[in-house]
Write a new protein. Sequence first.
Length: 331
Amino acid sequence: MILKSVITTIAEPTEAMKTLSRRLQDVNASLIAVGDTKGPKSFDLPNAEFLPYEKQLELPFKLAKALPTKHYARKNIGYLQAISEKADVIYETDDDNAPLANWKPRSETVNDVRFVLENGWTNVYKYFTSQNIWPRGLLLDEIHTVRPVADIKTQLDAPIQQGLVNLSPDVDAIWRLAGDRPFDFDNAASVCLGPHVWCPFNTQSTWWFPKAYPLMYVPSNCSFRMCDIWKSFIAQRCLWELGHGVVFHAPEVVQERNEHNLMKDFTDEIPGYTGNRKLTEILENTKLLSGEGNMPDNLLHCYEALQAAGFFPPEELQLVKLWLSDIAKYL
């Protein structure tokens, strides 16, 4: 199995990345670190492939020249590089997340999960704690919603899997402003969201398998705090056409969070607070086609529908088309 981990960074290797590097070496895996126009000129870890901005422009990806600089969306180049190197699984994370002792490579099939039984929104974090906490991007009027689950003993196919994060989990600015504190989740059984169940996921500790690779695309022309969240909603909608949902696992990393301006984060999250219900309704009502071969077209149709509704400008569609053109060479 070829495992590639992908991050973006504008810093020298952090302690978290040194830990990840060692764990990847233990399983014969490697790291792809995507730089930007500012940041280090090298990334000195023994199993790391560093892609500074100048090198990205030399790669055979049309998207590399079109993406904005100083933006998290440059992570798309790391995905493309991993896919071009025939990765069987891509593990994406951030440079301030370190693997816990239980971190290990995951397979596409999962066993002994709890399956969410009812359609609608659900707060996934509440399946892993009794405390009041919710993921960034969840509707504020759904933070107390917890749909019933049933234990499933048979194997499930899970092309997208999200691991939770201890110490500084991915929450919104309201949670941090109201009562930020170190936080650990319970080590509970994994949870699968079936089709028509909504909850955001992020890019902090996420496993992607080939049939879902087209859905990895991070948009550029939206709020920074929503780019990965809106990516997650679009990916979930397309995943339904494979008969699958996202699987969430108990914590597998710990985050030593980089410094944030919480009021800036709040401002950047406003499009989500006010728009995520409409956005997901548009996605739910967008007609897509079933089957793995239709994933690229389904991704484009989702962006077309959201662009028509004003969530993205026309420029985003051009980037999506470049992404699909680049990825088609390797799938």
